[in-house]
Write a protein that binds this ligand. Structure first.
Ligand SMILES: [Zn+2]
Length: 333
């Protein structure tokens, strides 16, 4: 299975398939993968609104950035109470295991799902959605239960943190997945969420006329309200595409609109990323780098400067021990 069944329901969630286009190989390397199991994650993102839709937008935004502004971080799908959103095909790898790029790495062999943990998240429902999804994929992709692994298995990182906190280990959660798989029921996608229900919940006009207008705005031609068209339209509405989201005037007073906080930050060319900040400041303070252009590639001469400073410091450290020095330093000709 390469793509989840878009529009169907798994657990309590509607499945949305919204694949990140190729372009940035640090987000979508695009090489073939024969998936050997699933790696389970919790996002680690406790922010308000950091739900599956926000994570989908985040990955799509990263996918559009140049490589110098990204790091190797991506995953196949995000799970929250209401949605399971797939961003990478299952026959291509992502970067979610933190264990490198070796042929036997988790990155190169497994499908990665991020379970959301934003403020106010209903984790019971989210866990149930993940269990149903993993049971479904076990069946579809013929995965044995011991191929459902925590991120921790690959790199030692304490992830999925909320699962490990709750159960003390990954095993009790995996047992639930196995039970769901054996029962057969949890792993079956059910009929799609109704677009009429979705629009009503958003306080939007759900009449066929209003839906036809929305469909036209999203490029769905000849809308007659067929199931296929409704599923397609619902997908567009949920992930907010195209970028300018058309709104049809609500029939009545609209309900409060859910605020989605987009966790992506604009990249300042003079500021290192959060990941690199500490190291950047220390290298700067100790004279290895001059503190400019944090996102540029390093030239050979800059490499020589930084490394020679390190070399000189090391030599000074061992200077009075001639025998050890000889091991590190060959005399100049
Ligand atoms: Zn993880």
């Amino acid at each position: 299975m390469r793509l989840l069944p878009h529009g169907m329901k798994i657990g309590h969630a509607t499945v949305i398939v919204d694949i990140v286009p190729k372009g940035n190989p640090e987000i979508r390397p695009g090489i073939p993968m024969k998936a050997r199991g699933i790696t389970d994650h919790d996002t680690g993102n406790k922010g308000r609104g950091a739900d599956a839709i926000a994570h989908n937008k985040l990955l799509h935004n990263w996918g559009k950035l140049p490589v110098r502004d990204t790091t190797h971080v991506s995953w196949h799908g995000a799970i929250d109470e209401d949605y399971i959103i797939q961003h990478l095909p299952f026959d291509e790898p992502g970067f979610h295991c933190g264990d490198g790029w070796g042929l036997n790495s988790g990155n190169r062999n497994t499908i990665g799902f991020e379970k959301c943990m934003h403020e106010g998240a209903n984790r019971t429902k989210i866990e149930e959605n993940a269990i149903a999804l993993y049971a479904f994929l076990m069946k579809e992709m013929d995965f044995p239960i011991n191929w459902i692994r925590p991120h921790q298995y690959w790199s030692g990182k304490y992830c999925p943190a909320l699962i490990l906190n709750k159960y003390g280990s990954f095993l009790p959660f995996r047992n639930k997945i196995e039970a769901a798989f054996k029962s057969g029921a949890a792993g079956k996608p059910s009929k799609p969420q109704s677009i009429v229900d979705y629009l009503n919940a958003q306080g939007q006009d759900s009449s066929i006329t209003a839906r036809a207008k929305l469909a036209a705005a999203y490029g769905i031609k000849g809308y007659v309200g067929s199931e296929e068209q409704n599923i397609k339209l619902l997908g567009f509405l949920v992930v907010g595409k195209p970028a300018t989201k058309p709104v049809v005037k609500p029939a009545e007073k609209p309900k409060e609109v859910k605020v989605v906080v987009n966790p992506i930050k604009k990249t300042d060319p003079n500021e290192p990323s959060d990941l690199a900040k500490e190291h950047w400041e220390e290298m700067k303070a100790n004279g290895y780098l001059d503190g400019t252009r944090p996102h540029d590639a390093m030239t050979r001469q800059e490499y020589a400067v930084a490394n020679n400073r390190l070399r000189k410091n090391l030599l000074e450290l061992i200077n009075d021990e001639e025998a050890r020095k000889a091991r590190f330093e060959k005399p100049k000709k």
